[in-house]
Design a protein around this ligand. Structure first.
Ligand code: SF4
Length: 402
């Protein structure tokens, strides 16, 4: 993967998007305080840290959303992407105890679990006919080495060759390297050879070591997160990247987080999708968390779209923010809504109430209600097909747009 050509179309993007963006931006009378930013966006010049903070502090949320939507529409038209996937969290046993995490358990906890390869395959068998991706992240198991995952991924690919494996966050890769006494790059290579398709982006939290020391002490450092993703890209494994906001970070730290990811992608082009998601309200963990409001979530999605000019896809992660906000996120610069998911533990134990029973038709209707065209994609954004959902059994009788 090489990031040399900054003007080459990104995955799923319209090749003439920059001309389209210039025209779209001219159609609106923007506030004077945004003029310089609009000019930079028109020329695909990366926005600065000050620009990012200004976007967070601009008084008119809807104007920021409209600006982000110009970029999103220029790149992808009215398409919104989703996939058919299932989340299987292979173990909740973890040697760490990040303060924001409601999922991890100590090995002796009554509800601690670690799936054997057979159990994992049995679980996947329930969904394999309907999905083309399994998304697996979990705790840092004290005993598992890279061999466990090599065997697991080989078994998955043998039984379900059509299923892509998006698995293991950077801290899990680091842990496997330590447990197996090999470098993280060697871990990634062995896992890729065994069938791993891509890395999810979890664990980025906020890429600032002062923040990390408070919210996830002991986890990988900012530099390690970025290095492990860079190594993945270097051996041809694409990845996503994330941002957990609404804990204790400042706006400057949020913007710097985005810039750090953008700088890696200038070199590798391996990040496919950015997933900003808020810390979910909780009364016991991290009581000093600032928590994000609905408008702040929408604004953060919009600012992500505007700051990250070289990461193609911005996800409104409905597992975390719920269906209603995710739908609105598609009008604030996001172009992806994740997948059918079917089952998920990490966000739900932290308080998410997002429904898990969405089939493609339900997701597609949600996308259509946001004014977008549902397009099913694969894990690595290399194949796309418009999905037309069947008519709902009970029709809505209140048309909102004529
Ligand atoms: S966030 Fe991950 S590493 Fe941290 S405690 Fe939870 S499972 Fe363990």
């Amino acid at each position: 993967m090489s990031g040399d050509d900054q003007t080459a179309p990104l995955a799923g993007e319209d090749g003439s998007w920059l001309q389209t963006l210039s025209s779209l931006l001219k159609e609106t009378k923007w506030s004077p305080s945004l003029h310089q930013i609009v000019e930079r966006l028109s020329n695909n010049v990366p926005l600065s840290k000050d620009d990012g903070v200004l976007l967070f502090q601009h008084e008119n949320l809807h104007e920021i959303g409209a600006l982000a939507n110009c970029v999103r529409n220029a790149r992808f038209g009215d398409q919104a992407f989703f996939n058919s996937n299932v989340h299987i969290n292979q173990t909740n046993i973890c040697v760490l105890a990040c303060r924001f995490c409601a999922f991890r358990r100590g090995p002796k906890a009554k509800d601690a679990y670690a799936m054997s390869i057979e159990t994992y395959l049995d679980d996947l068998a329930n969904y394999a006919d309907f999905v083309d991706e399994v998304h697996s992240v979990g705790g840092l198991h004290p005993d598992w080495t890279v061999d466990h995952y090599v065997d697991l991924f080989k078994a998955v690919k043998e039984q379900y060759p059509h299923v892509s494996i998006k698995a293991l966050t950077a801290v899990e890769i680091k842990h496997l390297g330590q447990r197996s006494s090999i470098s993280t790059k060697e871990v990634l290579q062995q896992l890729k050879d065994a069938g791993l398709t891509s890395l999810p982006g979890g664990g980025a939290e906020i890429l600032d070591d002062d923040v990390r020391a408070i919210i996830c002490n002991g986890k990988e450092s900012s530099e390690e997160y970025l290095r492990i993703h860079r190594e993945a890209h270097e051996i041809g494994l694409p990845s996503n990247c994330t941002m957990l906001f609404g804990t204790i970070e400042t706006l400057e730290q949020r913007v710097q987080h985005m810039i750090s990811l953008r700088e890696i992608n200038n070199q590798t082009s391996g990040f496919q999708c950015f997933v900003p998601y808020p810390f979910l309200p909780d009364h016991t963990r991290l009581p000093e968390a600032q928590l994000a409001t609905g408008s702040e979530i929408l604004r953060t999605i919009a600012v992500s779209r505007l700051m990250l000019n070289n990461i193609p896809h911005i996800k409104a992660y409905r597992m975390n923010i719920g269906d209603h906000l995710a739908e609105l996120g598609l009008q604030f610069g996001a172009d992806d809504i994740d997948g059918t998911v079917q089952k998920e533990s990490i966000m739900h134990l932290a308080g998410s109430t997002a429904p898990l029973d969405h089939d493609r038709a339900k997701l597609a209707r949600l996308i259509r209600d946001a004014g977008c065209v549902p397009v099913q994609r694969d894990t690595v954004y290399s194949s796309f097909s418009e999905y037309i959902p069947p008519e709902p059994v009970s029709r809505r009788r209140l048309p909102m747009v004529l």
